[in-house]
Design a protein around this ligand. Structure first.
Ligand SMILES: Nc1ncnc2c1ncn2[C@@H]1O[C@H](COP(=O)(O)OP(=O)(O)OP(=O)(O)O)[C@@H](O)[C@H]1O
Ligand SMILES: [Mg+2]
Length: 494
């Protein structure tokens, strides 16, 4: 007898209605509302990896019902959709109340993952916005979420993008799209700032207790700074953030809008707007065309993250109850950042053992890359191949000033000689990606998608899902950016 004969088939998107998730926090935290439907939806892209993570049936994911659900035109069983309220500091200035102005949480799966639509219509937190996202920015968010995951960098995930011919007005008229995002939680620093700014200490405590119980249980059990679970939470968030930003710096990722409302309490990369992977190594590079002051320049990201953690510390202060304890909880940020950054840079160089000269070697190469404006991703990949094949000529070719390179290479080769070459090369090829989502690659996929051709998007997605593989026949996607790439202007408009 089949023991499952009487069981109903598993729902396609298995959302729990046990009320233990974000919805359990109560009405001060959100507003229940349904997404606003879009006309004539169509598929743009789906991620098999995220479908597997959610346990989604492939046939269902290809169905019209799934298309309706992920465009916001139908609600999955068990779902009571909601938009949450948060506040935040934008470009260093207190912005007051913000909230999910165009994102709607469908619910949480039984596996503990929140499923959220972005671009699914107006909410009570939309302010002047239309609640929509355009196809261009949705494709960028979809591709980059999955690319970051494949690079081993903590990130929200993206299950799919759907599009609609509905017009959306930005600098020019574009069309609408919806990204389905997945994460354990979409709670941001700004959620805490919201309740702190309004002196709503009860809600602040409810939120902090929820985050600790669900995501940081060790903050109650492990030895705590001053015996204080909220200080322990601040320290844990600060260390996760330090690790995430160290990974951004090592891979050459610029986030572009590190406002406190875009900082995840779980140390995930969230909100892929005007991000960019560096082409040439320009430490002061500003990827966001709207960031006229350069606040979020590549080389300022580690300090900005620390500034944002300081805002979180201030928000948590009523719970921590002691200024010194709050400050002490932030102290490890700098050491964790530099330890994590150094570990990643050592791996990029294939230094399998730690040595006293590592920091000088790393500083030295970063200075040379900046001075010569060398392409960041290509440099590291060529260096990995050079170590694998014992031929440094293709790397030398990248430097306008080869004398500086020659000097550095002498010290580097002396260090490498102390290591097992095969181990070094292997580590480097698994650390230095061949493929990253450069602006021009995203742009090519977007231009084709706007004409209804999603083949470029799928090719790019496939390369970015396995960025360390060689992918024979696809060297063009790993090549230098074309001249027109520098004219691409990515702003907050999305
Ligand atoms: N088109 C829009 N309609 C309504 N609200 C918007 C729109 N664009 C941005 N917002 C809201 O403005 C604030 C700041 O926007 P920001 O660009 O950081 O976020 P986002 O890209 O919309 O979303 P997320 O951070 O969820 O990825 C947020 O409260 C956001 O919801
Ligand atoms: Mg945002």
């Amino acid at each position: 007898m089949n023991p499952h004969a009487d069981c109903p088939p598993a729902p396609p998107l298995d959302l729990t209605d046990d009320c233990g998730g974000f919805a359990s926090l109560g009405p001060a935290f959100f507003t229940h509302l349904n997404p606003t439907p879009l006309p004539q939806p169509y598929w743009v892209g789906t991620s098999g990896g995220v479908a597997d993570l959610l346990g989604l049936d492939a046939a269902w994911l290809a169905s019209d019902e799934a298309l309706r659900v992920f465009t916001g035109n139908a609600c999955p069983p068990g779902s009571r959709p909601l938009a949450s309220v948060y506040s935040g500091h934008q470009f260093g200035v207190w912005a007051g109340q913000l909230g999910d102005g165009r994102a709607i949480l469908l619910g949480e799966t039984t596996g503990g993952l929140e499923v959220q639509l972005k671009g699914s219509g107006r909410t009570p937190y939309s302010r002047m916005g239309d609640g929509r996202a355009v196809l261009r920015s949705s494709i960028r968010e979809f591709l980059c979420s999955e690319a970051m995951h494949a690079l081993g960098i903590p990130s929200s995930r993206a299950l799919c993008v759907t599009g609609s011919p509905a017009p959306v007005h930005r600098e020019e008229t574009e069309t609408a799209a919806v990204v389905t995002r997945v994460a354990q939680s979409f709670i941001r620093f700004g959620h805490f700032e919201h309740f702190a700014a309004r002196d709503m200490e009860k809600e602040l405590r409810t939120l902090a207790d929820y985050v600790i119980d669900r995501y940081y249980p060790a903050c109650r059990t492990a030895p705590q700074p001053g015996g204080n679970a909220y200080a322990a939470l601040l320290q844990a968030v600060s260390e996760r953030t330090a690790t995430m930003v160290a990974q951004w710096q090592a891979v050459g990722f610029c986030h572009g809008v590190m406002n406190t409302d875009n900082m995840s309490i779980l140390g995930l990369t969230i909100d892929y707007g005007p991000f960019q992977f560096l082409d040439a190594f320009v430490p002061g590079h500003v990827c966001n065309h709207s960031d006229t002051q350069g606040r979020y320049a590549y080389n300022r990201q580690p300090n900005v993250a620390y500034w944002n953690l300081f805002c979180l510390a201030q928000a948590l202060l009523p719970l921590i109850g002691d200024q010194e304890l709050a400050q002490a909880a932030l102290v490890s940020y700098k050491t964790v950042f530099s330890t994590e950054f150094m570990a990643r840079m050592r791996a990029k160089l294939g230094l399998v053992q730690e040595g006293a000269g590592d920091a000088d070697l790393i500083d030295g190469i970063l200075l040379l890359l900046a001075k010569n404006g060398v392409d960041y991703t290509i440099f590291w990949r060529r260096l990995s191949q050079a170590v694998a094949h014992n031929d440094f000529e293709p790397v030398r070719d990248l430097f306008a000033d080869p004398a500086g390179w020659d000097r550095w290479e002498l010290s580097y080769s002396a260090l490498l000689a102390l290591m097992n070459k095969e181990l070094s090369a292997d580590l480097m090829l698994k650390t230095n990606p061949k493929f990253v989502l450069r602006n021009h690659l995203g742009e090519q996929a977007i231009r084709a998608a706007k004409l209804g051709d999603f083949s470029e998007l799928r090719t790019l997605q496939r390369l970015l899902e396995r960025p360390f593989d060689e992918h024979p026949g696809h060297d063009a996607w790993a090549d230098f950016p074309p001249d027109w790439a520098s004219s691409i202007e990515i702003s907050c408009s999305s």
